[in-house]
Design a protein around this ligand. Sequence first.
Ligand code: NAI
Length: 351
Amino acid sequence: MFDLDAFDAHEDVLFVARPEVGLRAIIAIHDTTLGPAMGGIRMWRYPNAEAAATDALRLSRTMTMKNALAGLAFGGGKSVIMGDARADKSPALLDAFADAIERLGGRYVGAEDVGIGLEDVRRLRQRTAHVSGVGADGQGGDPSPWTARGVFAGLKAAVRAAFGRDDLAGLVVGVQGLGAVGFKLCAHLHRAGCRLVVADLDPERSDAAHAAFGATVSGTDAILVEPVDVLAPCALGGVLDAATIAAMQAKVVAGAANNPLAREADAEALAARGVLYVPDYVLNAGGVIAAAMEHAGTMDELALRRRVDGIEGTVADILARAEREDITPLAAADRQALAMLARGQPRRHAA
Ligand code: NAI
């Protein structure tokens, strides 16, 4: 395990096995310089332990960067439960996993992710205080409205940098994936006067976007190469590879999907084609900002809105740094986050 490429001097990696309840899980704590390691709990059918460990290692490192740039006093962590969320999840499995989180004494704080929903997080919360996103007093819980709001804020900064304009009216935006985040992003874009081209595997969702926003419906792969100004990947990761990058027409890529690039080197390929790629982990931090405020007991809707809208300034700073240092925005975001870790201070945010 120490030889895995994704290993990046993580502070702790915990392997949890409770065969009596079918639990096999990995909790990766990447860096706690800025605070307890916060990151989602993913349940997925990994082919083997190595694939699961690689995912936990990679995603926890991304959380360190994401939380630092989002101005949160949290470090980066992530956990993965090996199994099929539909078939293998049980109350006993969740309870055993909650106990594993609890034993870490708060060094890791979990939240929902792929395969782990609000009800699951609420169940974990019965045995450990170290999970967030459970919602309190009818507030919070679903991070997707905040994620969508943050992507919209960051997209505005990218449009300013790429096209020199503040007004989004008439801008053509392609949105791949109309789920919890993608559909809400469309609503923001529509309100700002953008023209939308959309695609989802589920035709009902595309039809709903057509009805609600007058969106033009495209195909799930075709959307990547449509003649749009901005492409917002909001479905799964790995959609931008050498072939799609060569054929795409958008000048900006700014979406919610985690790891939309097939390989990290594709950030260079996009830059070489003159496409401004805004790193996923900077744009999609709205949800974790909400979870962090909830966990710190400082949830206040107005403050949260301001913090999430601050993603616009963060993106502007990163794009300016990329330009200044002649590096990709992804490299600039990494440098900025690493500098914050070295200083022991997350990005400052508006009070
Ligand atoms: P979701 O599961 O609600 O929606 C995903 C949508 O994409 C579904 O409607 C699905 O049918 C569609 N889809 C899947 N493959 C597709 C394809 N090839 N082409 C077109 N559509 C496709 O997921 P959610 O919550 O909206 O998240 C979207 C992305 O944003 C994911 O990558 C997620 O990891 C990321 N993200 C979400 C956050 C949140 O707050 N929900 C926070 C940070 C990142």
